[in-house]
Design a protein around this ligand. Structure first.
Ligand code: BDR
Ligand code: CA
Length: 311
């Protein structure tokens, strides 16, 4: 089993990513860390516990992390994910489990104790940057670092050119791309936009696993409405679970190595600058995923999270 920390901002699609990881025998989730993004990090930590409760995995520790971006004002995404961050589903609160503090410190410590540890970051990169700034050496122990964020050819989702996670804390993302000793595997909007969870997939779950369908319906309804209202998309784009699926099945996505930087100011703040043609003659710091087998992803996702035989 590969040990992994999921750094997240739950978040509807974060929750689905956590569920996928918990139902994947290849992964040993040693902790969930939260950062302010879709919702403030304290609410995100409470949501992580709600998901762990749903999966019967309250043994996994949750660490609350940075409550503000490094330099910028914080802008949540509660318009997209609901006031409670889980599509206003109001799942039962977990009151009897402790939420730990200082996620960046936990990440640094875990890296020093577990050579080869994988980190999957599916929220803004504030915790990651803080850990890397405080303990750069520990990151040499990181086995794989997968980041959901950024965009290469695709347009942005919170400005014409920027994706939310990188835009929310551009200084953190820029720092991480400049300083990471390990190649960043970037699962950006180019691939995640292809992952659309539709009402008929929900109906398919209902027919095969009514109990899980109830949970999915509760948390995705708000996301469906948001996508229809603002993008005229039927269904919702679920970005984050692809990062988890890709960590286990790298053949799901294809891409190329590149030097990548993140813009920290001006109109294009948060934009990923992927130097595909190597104009800047810099060393490779990232692997940019641009193609995805979305059908295969959905089969894996439904099989694992809803226990539906997809063969
Ligand atoms: C990313 O932003 C968040 O709203 C989602 O949870 C995902 O991590 C997509 O841009
Ligand atoms: Ca997220």
């Amino acid at each position: 089993k590969t040990k992994v920390i999921i750094d997240c901002d739950p978040g509807i699609d974060d929750s689905l990513a956590i569920l996928l990881a918990l139902n994947s025998p290849e992964l040993d989730v040693i902790g969930i860390t939260t950062v302010s993004g879709n919702v403030p990090s304290d609410l995100g930590a409470k949501n992580a516990l709600k998901i762990l409760q749903h999966a019967n995995r309250l043994d996994i520790p949750v660490y609350q992390g940075a409550s503000l971006p490094l330099k910028r004002d914080y802008v949540s995404a509660q318009d997209t994910h609901g006031d409670d961050g889980l599509g206003d589903s109001h799942l039962p609160e977990v009151t009897d489990v402790k939420i730990h503090q200082n996620a960046p410190e936990f990440i640094s410590q875990a890296l020093s104790e577990n050579p080869g540890l994988m980190i999957i970051a599916i929220g803004p990169m504030t915790n990651i940057a803080l850990s890397m700034q405080a303990n750069p050496k520990n990151w040499e122990n990181c086995g794989r670092f997968i980041s959901m964020g950024g965009n290469f050819k695709s347009f942005g989702n919170c400005s014409p050119v920027a994706e939310y996670n990188y835009w929310c804390d551009p200084d953190a993302s820029a720092f991480v791309y400049e300083n990471s000793p390990i190649k960043i595997e970037m699962i950006g909007l180019d691939v995640t936009r292809k992952i659309v969870f539709t009402p008929n997939i929900l109906e398919f779950i209902r027919q095969n696993n009514p109990k899980e369908a109830e949970f999915f319906a509760k948390i995705t309804r708000f996301y469906f409405d948001f996508h229809w209202e603002y993008e005229k998309v039927i269904g919702c784009v679920i970005n984050d679970p692809l990062a988890v699926a890709y960590s286990i099945f790298p053949e799901l996505c294809h891409g190329f190595d590149s030097y990548t930087a993140v813009e920290t100011k001006g109109l294009s703040i948060g934009q990923t600058l992927v130097d595909e043609k190597n104009f800047w003659k810099k060393d490779v710091n990232s692997h940019i995923l641009t193609k995805v087998d979305s059908l295969e992803f959905m089969k894996i996702f439904l099989n694992r999270t809803c226990n539906i035989d997809m063969s």
